[in-house]
Ligand binder design. Structure first.
Ligand code: NAD
Ligand code: UDP
Length: 312
């Protein structure tokens, strides 16, 4: 990594800030770009004085001219609450942002990794999901700005690759959690942990039988770096933890690990909320020699320790 100039868009967000930490520690010259919509300076403040780290306030909807060797394109709000706040902007970030970053990669011959998502499978009718599944996505619903935006970003990646020989890497990230998720992020792990630590009701949407598979952040960062530095596999590849939990089970685990007095309360299930989701990670194991190491219980403890600091 020594001497490589690496651009991380969305670098002040949850995943981006952990990636900045890891790459700076490995001796890379890291450019962290963010518009601070859901990211925070707090996440990268400890890196500011490091001479291998540079922070740029910029929105990827606008073009950017830089000289870099690698680009991790992570910029995009990931929580349904935030990506639905301004859905038109979410589409622009995914589509115009991808065009701008791919244009940059093309111009400077950088390798570019796109943070795609399990959402491209929509509410899947195949279970678990393999990379060959084309998905089951509502094109006009409340989640479409994100799901379809990310699908077009994948299309753009493949077309820049075929048409302009851009060196791409495509990862489909399944639900990932850990320290530095924003307290108001709105995703399920941070919501439940914050509610439990405050002894407030834990809000299960629907009856809690819908499933997700939760990957701890350090495992995901390992996979990003392995994928970026793999010489001959462009993806797409599923990255996530294949152990599946219902949302009700997650709520119970959170109550247990926080020793909370919280009760569970049920709220309506949001539109198009996927009923089940679990990655098939056979391809990641084979091509990247990667699989998650951190179990949910252990990862939850680390997340709880982080959130405890904010909740006095
Ligand atoms: P996050 O919201 O914490 O981080 C996103 C970052 O992008 C924030 O710092 C935000 O300010 C920045 N950003 C948003 N729009 C931007 C724009 N137009 N220009 C510049 N910066 C912008 O979310 P995260 O969980 O860290 O997700 C990072 C990436 O990984 C996203 O692309 C997301 O879609 C993808 N992803 C994450 C998960 C997950 O479970 N964490 C799952 C699937 C995909
Ligand atoms: N969820 C919930 N309570 C919350 C937040 C989310 O029951 O306070 C549910 C949500 O309806 C979904 C699952 O938890 O079924 C995961 O939601 P999240 O927003 O974390 O991510 P998604 O996988 O839906 O993008």
């Amino acid at each position: 990594m020594q001497g490589l100039r690496i651009l991380i868009t969305g670098g002040a967000g949850f995943l981006g800030s952990h990636l900045c930490d890891r790459l700076v520690a490995q001796g890379a010259d890291v450019l962290c770009l963010d518009n601070f919509f859901t990211g925070a300076k707090r996440n990268i403040r400890h890196l500011i004085d490091n001479h291998n780290f540079e922070l740029i306030r910029h929105d990827i909807v606008q073009p950017m001219f830089l000289e870099v060797d690698q680009i991790y394109n992570l910029a995009c709000p990931a929580s349904p609450v935030h990506y639905q706040y301004n859905p038109v902007k979410t589409v622009k970030t995914n589509v115009m942002g991808a065009i701008n970053m791919l244009g940059l990669a093309k111009r400077v011959k950088a390798r570019i990794l796109q943070a795609s998502t399990s959402e491209i499978y929509g509410s899947p009718q195949e279970h678990p999901q393999t990379e060959t599944y084309w998905g089951h996505v509502n094109p006009i619903g409340l989640r479409s700005c994100y799901d379809e935006g990310k699908r077009v970003a994948e299309t753009l990646m493949m077309d820049y690759h075929r048409q302009n020989q851009v060196d791409i890497r495509l990862v489909r990230i399944f639900n990932t959690y850990g320290p530095r998720m924003a307290i108001s992020d709105g995703r399920v792990v941070s919501n439940f942990v914050v509610q439990a630590l405050r002894n407030e009701p834990i809000t299960i949407y629907g009856d809690g039988s819908q499933t997700r598979s939760f990957c701890y952040v350090s495992d995901m960062i390992d996979a990003f770096i392995k994928m970026m530095n793999n010489e001959d596999f462009i993806g797409p590849v599923n990255l996530g933890n294949p152990t599946e939990f219902s949302i009700k089970q997650l709520a119970e685990l959170v109550v247990e690990s926080t020793q909370s007095k919280s009760q569970i309360t049920y709220k309506p299930l949001p539109q198009d909320d996927p009923i089940q989701r679990r990655p098939d990670i056979t391809l990641a194991k084979e091509k990247l020699n990667w699989e998650p190491q951190v179990e949910l219980k252990e990862g939850l403890h680390k997340a709880v320790d982080y959130f405890r600091e904010f909740i006095a």
